[in-house]
Ligand binder design. Structure first.
Ligand SMILES: NC(=O)C1=CN([C@@H]2O[C@H](COP(=O)(O)OP(=O)(O)OC[C@H]3O[C@@H](n4cnc5c(N)ncnc54)[C@H](OP(=O)(O)O)[C@@H]3O)[C@@H](O)[C@H]2O)C=CC1
Ligand SMILES: O=C(O)C1=N[C@H](C(=O)O)C[C@H](O)C1
Length: 270
């Protein structure tokens, strides 16, 4: 791919993971981007393109994010690593003035607030999106709309059994968006009692969230609403990780034109 000033210089952390591989392919295929670094603990020193089965990228897997960012002059870091790695990665990116685009989930609110502050001080942008699939964004928005009229709601998220965090970032974001539209409330019978701990799921401001982990699933969520004499189910299925790629590419392009942190893809496409 030809290098030009107009291309956005992109580094990918977690480049050999399930998402990272798709992201590397997407970045390599999009003329708006130049892949300049790939960070992952395994296969260090090998060409990332050869490792993921595309053409050679001329970019070799690095272990140290700081060194990779420094040497590559990356402008954007796309992070799909793990919940215990992402926080440190973003602070490193911010130190080097690199704009983070983060899909990794399990991030604390206090870190989101700190990143927003630092990004504003540095006058650059960052994006954290628990879900980059447009269908999932619509599911969350429709759920927030429905909760105004049908406030009794429970969330069931279903994922592959390699997922490290529960509940999913998407389920938490959905609950946050619903919580803005309805008052905190008690659901179910006031005297209900769990005979087996965890049977009623996790609690988010009175909303129950249930996490399923099974081989065969990719990423799925149902938001169930109950009213008098009626129910409503809003469901989204990501049946392949390609579903996330247009959102990732959009965020990596838009992040160069914003200041501060955008939390949620819906805030970039409104
Ligand atoms: N926002 C969204 O739309 C989506 C978000 N996700 C989230 O993205 C994250 C990644 O998911 P997924 O790709 O399935 O996970 P994987 O476990 O497949 O990939 C994570 C990768 O990160 C690597 N890694 C570990 N430590 C580091 C480090 N210090 N620096 C760089 N890379 C590192 C891992 O290497 P190793 O295995 O050798 O440790 C692995 O290759 C999860 O939090 C998931 O929830 C997933 C899908 C969509
Ligand atoms: O781990 C995954 O796979 C996914 N993680 C994100 C989440 O936690 O919501 C997004 C999507 O659900 C896939």
């Amino acid at each position: 791919m030809a290098n030009s000033d107009r291309q956005i210089r992109v580094a990918v952390a977690g480049a050999l993971g399930k998402m990272g591989r798709e992201v590397v392919k997407t970045v390599m295929a999009d003329p708006a981007f130049q892949l300049v670094a790939a960070i992952d603990p395994s296969s260090v020193g090998q060409d990332i393109g050869s490792l993921i089965g595309t053409e050679e990228a001329g970019v070799f897997v690095a272990n140290s994010l700081a060194e990779a960012l420094l040497q590559s002059s990356a402008e954007v870091l796309i992070d799909f690593t793990t919940p215990n790695v992402v926080t440190q990665n973003v602070y490193i990116a911010l130190e080097y003035g690199v704009r983070p685009v983060v899909g990794t989930t399990g991030i604390k609110q206090e870190d989101l607030q700190a990143w927003d502050r630092i990004l504003k001080e540095k006058q650059i942008g960052g994006v954290v999106a628990p879900n980059f699939a447009i269908g999932a964004i619509l599911m969350m928005k429709f759920s927030a709309m429905a909760a105004k009229y049908m406030p009794h709601v429970e969330i069931i998220e279903l994922h592959h059994d390699q997922k490290l965090d529960a509940p999913s970032g998407t389920a938490v974001k959905t609950a946050e968006m619903i919580a803005k539209e309805r008052a905190r409330m008690q659901q179910g019978h006031p005297a209900e009692e769990e005979k087996l701990q965890g049977a009623r799921g996790a609690d988010f401001e009175g909303m129950k969230i249930h996490s399923v982990r099974l081989p065969g699933y990719v990423a799925h969520q149902e938001v169930l609403f109950g009213g008098v004499g009626q129910t409503l189910v809003i469901r989204h299925d990501s049946i392949s990780r390609e579903s996330f790629m247009p959102g990732v590419a959009l965020a990596a392009k838009k992040v160069t034109g914003i200041t501060g942190l955008v939390y949620g893809l819906e805030n970039l496409i409104d």
